[in-house]
Structures are given as structure tokens and as C-alpha cells.
Design a protein around this ligand. Structure first.
Ligand code: AMP
Ligand code: GLY
Length: 457
């Protein structure tokens, strides 16, 4: 029997907990979360209600539980050094130390690392510590595009919950607005990254990493915009899909090989740079562009929703993977295996999300017990993961962010999408979701966009 301390209370942590519980070794879960996740509550031994960055509370709980290891779901506790704190008490984690966690928490660190170690994947970029040369660099990026288009991205350096990145055309109208935002970032954080705006299709490649070796998972595509047709404000991610061949319809084998190779090189460079092995999940946000792929960013944790696409397909024992990550012997475990199934994940979110979400309203999940069996196949399964909902005696209440994720798992995308839709449609209350995620129509648009882009190259 293994005791595992799991930090976090979202749908991502729900699926992490569920997957750990599937281990053949037998698992007792101990959760630290800000709110009580109904899914995790149902499968854990004990649940500490505390801030996921509260070092004292986590330390006391961990010393009482004496876990075999810890797993950290979200980015903030990694940035705050919860892994480092636990290590002081000889509790190991399958999540990274603070110094290598900078891969996510500092965008300039990651861009500089790729450049220093000559790893491909960076767009044209520059890190500024003051205003010197800022104006010139914006002009340079403009000139590269023929001197008219103002294609640039300005990134605050640090964890901003996805809100620190401003893209020209989307959030910034012209060079003047770009410079003004860059100055704001300098004033606030003393650093800003300005880079070329890339055009293409984004995908997520997450890898298990023991510091020496990175083992890739099936690739996934997220949908950040709130509304159908990729319109509306950016969100934490409204839904995701992955295909049965572990690729995506707009990618070729070389794109994935390149992304995997970049992640492997970054893992090695991180050790050379810091003397610390990155142990945990390296989640690369990549963009397929006209002449290959580029790196948008790295995260030092599982993606949310991406974790819900890949973990239900994991065939290799997750506890054994975590232990190999910690001991540095991931290679010795052999190839990490996933089922060849397509998945579609859709989040139900409160009306008004992300800017003015309704809160405190009751929702109900309809009868979906038969959804996995209905329709065309014995292959289909529908899974439900809880996120920002409060469970009270009389039911579930919205608490303001992404509420419940439904994941359809089937032999093909069409069936997986249908299953996910059955789940989200069953929810009654003031909520909405994206109907188009995982549909043939939207995927075809992405395939066509990539074809047009690459045929022009
Ligand atoms: P990040 O926090 O770095 O993932 O950025 C948030 C989002 O901004 C990404 O998911 C992209 O959609 C967009 N983005 C970031 N960097 C670039 C870039 N260089 N070119 C185009 N879009 C970008
Ligand atoms: N899927 C976006 C994220 O986890 O950051």
C-alpha cells in the first residue's frame, strides 16, 4: 500500500488521483485543497482544506501522513517551493523543485535557456530589463513582416494565470500599445519578453521527466477562447481533444519528433544550467508553423484540461512512473504505454465566465449513466471530473470558474465528441460550454489552415 500526498483540488487533480488509485500497488490518497472537490473526497483517506501554497499547513499534514511521495497538481505551489520544503523533511515529490520550476514561472529563463544551449524552437525574441532598444526591436519585428504588419507578442515575466501575455491583433492594436504594455511589465517585474507573433496551430506535448529522460504522452489540442469558433476572451481552456494514433490531424510525425527532441534537450540543459534534475511533468506548448514547429512556452505540471485526455488512457502503472521519475530511472521502466483511443474533453462553465461568472448557483448533472453504452459502441466511455464546484448537502453549486469536465473516450473522435456532448448537455443550471470542440467541422478548419500555410512555404 502506498500513501500519496496530492496537492490541488481541480479536475486535473481529480484525474491524477483517480489514475494513482488504479495502481496495482494499492494507494491511499491524502489531499490538500482550497475547496473540497467532490470527486477527490470520494476516493481519499483524508482531505486538508488549506491553501495549496500554505507551507506550514502542508508541512504539518505531511509529517502526520508520512507519504511515500507527493504529487503537486498546479503551478503556484511549485513556484513557491513546496517541493523544496517537503524535501527538507525527506518527503520526495514527483514534481519539480523551485529552481527548475522556473521553466514555467519565468518566460525569459526558458527563452534564454533554449538560446544558450542552442536548442531549436525559439521565435525571434528579446528580453528587456529596461526601455533601451525597445522601440527598435518592435520595428525589427515589423520589418521582418514587410514593414507593415505589427506582429508581436509581449509577455510579462512570471506566473499570471495566463493573463500576462498580450498578442498584437488580439489584445494590442499597434506598436504604441505594445510598447506601453512592455513598459508596464518593466515597471512591475523589472523584465519583459518581446517576441515574434507566430502563425499556425498550437498543440500540447506533455512528457514524464526524471531529469535525464523525457517520455512523451499523446499530443492534445486545447481551446483557450471562451466561445464557439475560437472567439471571445481567453480562458484556462474550454476543452481539448486527442486522437487514437496519439497525434493530431494537422500534425505530421516529424512535428511530434521535433517537439519531443526539444523537450529532451531542454531537460538536459536544465540540469547543466542549475545542477538540479527536473523531476515531474514537462508540458510544452508548441505551435506548428509553416516551416516546422516553435515553442510557445513550457509548463512544469500537467495541463488542465490536457491531463484528462491522457491519464485515463495510461496503461503503465502511474505509481511506478512517479517512483521512476523520483529515482531517476524512467528509462528502466521501458516505454510508457497509452491506449489507442480518441478523447474529447469539454468543460461546463458558469454563464459570464471568464470575466463575470455567476457564483453560488445550483447545478444538476442529469442521468448519464448509460451514455457510455449508448450509440455505436461498446468502446465508448464517458467520464466526469469535478473542478470549481462546491458540494453542499442538497447538491452542487457553482463557485465561479470552470465547473465540471466531461471526457468522451472512444475509438474515434466523432464518437468521443458525441459522448462528451451528452455529458455537458445533461447539466442543468446557468452554464455554457463550447459545442464545437472535437467536431469534424472545427478540426477540418485547422487541417486546412495548416495545409494552406505549409503549401505556401
Ligand atoms: P503563454 O502563456 O506563453 O502560453 O501564452 C498564452 C497564449 O498566447 C498562447 O497559448 C498563445 O495562444 C499565445 N502566444 C504566446 N506566445 C505567442 C507567439 N509568440 N505567437 C503567437 N501567439 C503566442
Ligand atoms: N491547458 C492550459 C494549461 O493547463 O495551462
Amino acid at each position: 500500500m502506498k500513501k500519496i500526498l496530492l496537492i490541488g483540488n481541480g479536475a486535473r487533480e481529480h484525474v491524477i488521483g483517480e489514475t494513482l488509485k488504479r495502481s496495482r500497488h494499492g494507494v491511499e490518497l491524502f489531499i490538500v485543497g482550497k475547496t473540497k472537490n467532490p470527486g477527490l473526497s470520494a476516493i481519499c483517506e483524508d482531505y486538508l482544506l488549506a491553501d495549496v501554497c500554505d507551507k506550514n499547513a502542508i508541512k504539518d499534514f505531511a509529517l502526520k501522513v508520512k507519504p511515500d511521495f507527493a504529487f503537486i497538481g498546479p503551478e503556484n505551489p511549485i513556484e513557491k517551493g513546496i517541493v523544496d520544503m517537503l524535501a527538507e523533511f525527506e518527503i520526495k515529490s514527483a514534481s519539480p523543485f523551485q529552481t527548475v520550476g522556473r521553466l514555467e514561472s519565468s518566460k525569459s529563463f526558458t527563452r534564454d535557456l533554449l538560446e544558450k544551449y542552442k536548442i531549436p524552437g525559439n521565435p525571434k525574441f528579446k528580453v528587456f530589463y529596461n526601455e533601451d532598444g525597445l522601440n527598435n526591436f518592435f520595428d525589427q519585428l515589423g520589418r521582418a513582416k514587410g514593414g507593415q504588419a505589427e506582429d508581436f507578442v509581449v509577455k510579462a515575466d512570471g506566473l499570471k494565470g495566463g493573463k500576462g501575455v498580450m498578442v498584437s491583433g488580439d489584445h494590442l492594436k499597434n506598436k504604441e500599445e505594445g510598447i506601453a504594455y512592455a513598459k508596464e511589465c518593466l515597471k512591475e517585474g523589472g523584465r519583459v519578453v518581446v517576441e515574434e507573433k507566430l502563425v499556425g496551430q498550437e498543440f500540447s506535448l506533455m512528457s514524464f521527466c526524471d531529469g535525464r529522460h523525457a517520455e512523451g504522452m499523446p499530443v492534445v489540442q486545447d481551446h483557450k477562447r471562451a466561445y464557439d469558433g475560437d472567439r471571445g476572451p481567453n480562458t484556462g481552456g474550454m476543452g481539448t481533444y486527442s486522437d487514437s494514433n496519439h497525434s493530431l490531424p494537422f500534425l505530421n510525425a516529424e512535428d511530434i519528433e521535433q517537439a519531443q527532441s526539444i523537450t529532451q534537450q531542454v531537460a538536459e540543459a536544465l540540469f547543466k544550467e542549475t545542477g538540479c534534475y527536473f523531476k515531474g511533468i514537462m508540458y510544452g506548448g508548441f505551435m506548428a508553423v509553416k516551416d516546422g514547429i516553435r515553442l510557445i512556452e513550457y509548463n512544469a505540471r500537467f495541463g488542465d484540461p490536457e491531463a484528462m485526455n491522457v491519464l485515463p488512457l495510461l496503461k503503465t502503472d502511474f505509481v511506478e512512473i512517479c517512483e521512476a521519475v523520483i529515482s531517476g530511472d524512467l528509462k528502466g521502466l521501458g516505454k510508457v504505454e497509452f491506449e489507442n483511443k480518441a478523447t474529447v474533453c469539454k468543460y461546463v462553465v458558469p454563464q459570464g465566465y471568464p470575466d463575470n461568472p455567476v457564483k453560488g448557483e445550483k447545478i444538476e448533472i442529469g442521468d448519464i449513466n448509460d451514455a457510455g453504452r449508448a450509440g455505436s459502441g461498446a468502446s465508448g466511455v464517458l467520464k466526469t471530473y469535478f473542478a470549481s464546484v462546491n458540494q453542499r448537502d442538497d447538491g452542487l453549486y457553482l463557485s465561479g470558474s470552470r465547473a465540471i469536465a466531461f471526457v468522451g473516450i472512444a475509438d474515434n473522435l466523432e464518437e468521443a465528441e458525441r459522448l462528451a456532448e451528452t455529458g455537458v448537455e445533461s447539466v442543468k443550471g446557468p452554464v455554457f460550454h463550447r459545442k464545437d470542440i472535437g467536431t469534424a467541422e472545427l478540426i477540418q478548419k485547422k487541417v486546412k489552415m495548416m495545409q494552406d500555410l505549409r503549401n505556401k512555404a
